[in-house]
Design a protein around this ligand. Structure first.
Ligand SMILES: [Zn+2]
Length: 406
């Protein structure tokens, strides 16, 4: 996130708010506190990232016994007991759900961290240089507080029950209703479990949903229907929903009353619960508006030479490409522009959706599939270094349409 701070400031009109991962805030508290406060009129919430504690692989780096520095600082902020317990875990050993039930003050610590961290670090001496950079601003509090949460395999497993218990325990710890994060895989859902989940969380006005590893270009139509049904069920129960990690597919669930999605810039449109924090650099990619997905720069180069009408007409692309696909190569020297282009397109997608109906948008997915799938599918794939096999086609667009028409 820190490499994107300047970009976010410049492009602030394209986004509505921020999600701040707790371990980032714990690791660089002054810079992050000033940053979130410097973004006027844009609210944020802190993701408590407690699911990291479910596996030693996520709390410790590599095979070493070293705890990740950011995770250690986050745990220090949560609960004095936690560090000792983590240190006592042997390689191959992980926390069980019951370890958290026994821990006094775990929920209190996670909530207090969100209430106090930004304010405490906003005014300290390290913050001064950032305050100067942005001009002094008022410290802002998170939009809502998030109870500790864990990734469940499905409704009713130990981690699901623990997350629900934490959510309920946090009600009394917060002035306003906290907003739980509900995390499970879409494949564990059916209409019955969705009803039960919505009723488990009926006390809450809003929940954030994280469907584990819900990769929009790989997810089957039945999982898409299940996700859409879960969101609709919450909404019918009077609970508003947002999702963590989403792309265009989730945006189409606006028609199920989904209110917001979050994602990184050029990455994390989906996330697997077993991924480790700070997984290294992500290769530069270009978001092809018509495909509602990213492609590598080499693939995009081939695609727009074959189909020049796919060149984006946002301000950034118009200026750089000058209507000539040969200019696409210039993006290689300007990775910043890839991000600015993506944020502009994403904003445009959001505006189109709120001003449209679902049906014409689904018809458009179908016509894009019909027009381009065969052609893209047989284009050689410059990223497949050895095989030189063809690129993947656009089957996912058909899956989206099927899943959302169901
Ligand atoms: Zn563009």
């Amino acid at each position: 996130m820190h490499q994107d701070i300047e970009l976010i400031h410049d492009e602030i009109a394209q986004i509505d708010g921020l999600v701040i991962p707790a371990h980032i805030l714990a690791h660089t508290p002054s810079a992050t506190s000033v940053f979130v406060s410097s973004i006027h009129d844009h609210s944020y919430y802190i993701d408590p990232m407690t699911f990291l504690l479910q596996s030693r692989k996520r709390t410790h780096s590599g095979s070493s016994a070293q705890m990740r520095a950011s995770v250690r600082k986050m745990c220090e902020g949560y609960n004095a007991d936690l560090i000792g317990r983590l240190a006592n875990l042997k390689p191959g050993q992980s926390f069980q759900a019951r370890d958290f039930t026994e821990m006094d003050g775990f929920c209190e610590g996670v909530i207090a961290f969100q209430q106090e961290m930004v304010e405490t670090n906003y005014g300290d001496s390290k913050a001064a240089k950032y305050l100067k950079r942005y001009g002094r601003t008022e410290v802002t509090q998170p939009r809502f507080l998030v109870p500790p949460y864990f990734c469940a395999a499905g409704r009713g497993d130990d981690w699901y029950d623990l997350s629900l218990n934490c959510a309920n325990e946090c009600i009394d710890l917060c002035d306003e209703l906290p907003v739980p994060i509900v995390s499970l895989p879409a494949s564990s859902l059916n209409p019955e479990t969705s009803n039960e989940i919505a009723s488990d969380y009926a006390e809450f006005e809003r929940v954030v949903i994280w469907l584990d590893n819900f990769n929009q270009i790989g997810v089957p139509p039945e999982d898409i229907s299940a996700a859409s049904n879960l969101i609709r069920t919450f909404s019918q129960n009077g609970t508003a929903t947002e999702v963590l990690y989403g792309g265009y597919l989730f945006m189409l669930m606006h028609f199920d009353e989904l209110e917001a999605i979050s994602h990184g810039i050029l990455y994390t449109q989906h996330k697997a619960s077993d991924s480790s924090p700070g997984g290294g650099g992500v290769p530069d990619r270009y978001y092809i508006p018509k495909f509602h997905e990213f492609r590598s720069l080499s693939q995009t180069d081939l695609i727009i030479h074959q189909h020049p009408e796919l060149m984006c007409d946002c301000e950034i692309c118009s200026e750089l490409l000058q209507d000539d696909p040969d200019n696409f190569i210039l993006f290689r020297d300007e990775p910043e522009l890839l991000k600015r282009h993506f944020l502009a397109v994403r904003k445009n997608e959001a505006e189109t959706i709120v001003n449209s109906e679902l049906e014409p948008l689904l018809r458009e997915l179908r016509s894009t599939y019909n027009k381009y799938h065969e052609s893209i599918r047989v284009l050689r794939n410059p990223d497949a270094v050895k095989s030189r096999g063809p690129m993947e086609g656009l089957q996912y667009l058909e899956n989206w349409r099927r899943g959302l028409s169901a």
